[in-house]
Design a protein around this ligand. Structure first.
Ligand code: B12
Ligand code: SF4
Ligand code: SF4
Length: 372
């Protein structure tokens, strides 16, 4: 079909005007995928069969799986997924000064996406506007916005909407924008012509992410065992972190970005995403050393923790989970200034925190003795 005829197609014109309006809402990318069952559902089922979701039991619930595999189960009559991405920034107070500089064992390494307000809230607000924009053009259509926790295989649909390929680290990657993006979507009964999928695999012979993963969680290209992933261990897992994995966590006390940091497709992508597209600031910024952060948390009640961190992604593991993670990080740091705080953790009510504090103290001594 010639480009003139494509431009004259009213359905395409509506789609392009919808995309332009959606981009004006501040999304980094917007694409359209068909609401058919995606081709890699077998990989997803196999992943669940192997128990790779660990304690994320909600992923394996029969109704959740059904809705996840087929968008028509999530929204009856669904025809289109409007997929949108947002870029995100770095954690600013953790970039400056000696001990807070990246690489310092005293610094808590926090996943970049967790900076500022919880991205779910940012997405929910913007997706509500996107929802309005869709219903203005398709008044009789039904719509359902989701982000992250919804029953949608977001990366797979994003690839089908042309927004990038799935890298060997399992991330959605765009050749110009890299992988520092988050995905949200509106499911709709409106019939909108889909974008062409992003067919190319730009990973080629590279395998940097697989080699760099400290816990060997990427078991093969596009295969990730969540039970080994630091992101799961520090954010999703409740209870104790398996002891054998604790040394490899280093100072990563909330999430992990290593398999993205080493990816050549993220080289040269501006630190704060693209200007004007970062999810923005507004939430509290955690203290810039692990010692000051754990001391802050020890002085907060659960109630005070919730009111300080409730607007941020850092609230997810709760005060107990963050204390647990910081005990691991401080043990791995070998920093003797961690001693008083780790000793205080031995008096915490939570047995998980107490056990991790004892491990942290033993690890601290071990790291200092080995000089590593
Ligand atoms: C559970 C989950 C996790 C788990 C498991 C991660 C995993 N890789 O499976 C844990 C807690 C470990 C995790 C970690 C992280 N997560 Co997470 N996570 C999710 C969640 C809720 C479900 C993912 C899922 O279903 N996993 C099961 C596997 C089997 O499915 P999948 O990853 O979608 O993989 C599919 C494709 O790879 C495809 N596929 C397989 N082979 C092939 C081959 C080809 C050629 C193609 C095209 C496709 C394809 O089929 C698979 C099955 O459908 C999604 C949100 C959502 N609703 O989808 C966010 C999501 C994937 N996470 C996200 C992020 C940001 C992260 C972290 C970076 C956070 C951090 N900094 O700590 C890390 C990254 C770790 C990593 N390398 O994946 C983003 C990813 C954005 C992006 N640009 O890709 C998402 C989309 C959330 C969001 N709304 O933005 N996460
Ligand atoms: S997020 Fe970290 S632990 Fe998880 S797969 Fe990537 S490098 Fe490995
Ligand atoms: S590091 Fe290499 S193999 Fe891994 S996702 Fe990036 S390009 Fe692909």
């Amino acid at each position: 079909m010639s480009s003139e005829r494509r431009r004259a197609d009213p359905a395409i014109e509506t789609r392009e005007s919808l995309r332009a309006a959606a981009l004006r809402l501040g999304f980094l990318q917007v694409g359209f995928a068909p609401a058919t069952v995606p081709p890699h559902t077998a990989a997803y089922l196999e992943w669940l069969r192997q128990g790779r979701q660990g304690e994320m039991a909600w992923m394996a619930r029969e109704d959740a799986v059904r809705r996840r595999l087929d968008p028509n189960e999530a929204l009856p009559g669904c025809r289109t997924l409007v997929i949108a991405t947002l870029g995100y920034a770095r954690v600013p107070n953790l970039e400056a000064g000696d001990e807070s500089a990246p690489g310092s064992p005293a610094r808590p390494a926090i996943a970049r996406y967790a900076a500022g307000r919880d991205y779910h809230r940012v997405f929910e607000e913007r997706l509500a506007h996107l929802d309005d924009v869709i219903r203005e053009r398709f008044p009789s259509a039904e719509t359902r916005p989701y982000v992250d926790y919804g029953p949608v295989m977001e990366r797979e649909h994003a690839q089908r909407a042309g927004l990038g390929w799935i890298g060997k680290n399992t991330m959605l990657i765009h050749p110009a924008l890299g992988s520092w993006s988050l995905i949200g979507e509106v499911l709709t009964t409106a019939e909108i012509p889909p974008d062409p999928p992003f067919e190319a695999d730009r990973c080629g012979t590279c395998s940097r992410c697989i080699e760099a993963c400290p816990t060997r969680a990427i078991t093969g290209p596009r295969e990730l065992d969540a039970r080994l992933c630091i992101s799961y261990l520090t954010i999703e897992l409740r209870g104790p972190i398996p002891e054998a994995l604790r040394p490899a966590i280093g100072n990563r006390v909330f999430g992990c970005d290593i398999c993205q940091e080493v990816c050549p497709w993220n080289d040269g992508v501006p630190a704060g995403g693209l200007a004007g597209h970062a999810t923005g600031w507004g939430g509290p910024v955690p203290p810039s050393t692990m010692v000051s952060w754990i001391e802050e948390l020890l002085d907060l009640s659960d109630e005070e923790f919730r009111s300080r961190y409730c607007e941020t992604a850092l609230a997810r593991p709760g005060r107990e989970g963050l204390l647990r993670n910081l005990c691991v990080g401080l043990g791995n740091s070998g920093d003797p200034r961690a001693l008083p705080a780790l000793m205080r953790c031995l008096d915490e009510v939570s047995p998980v925190v107490r056990e991790h504090a004892a491990w942290g103290l033993a690890r601290l001594a071990e790291v200092r003795a080995s000089g590593s």
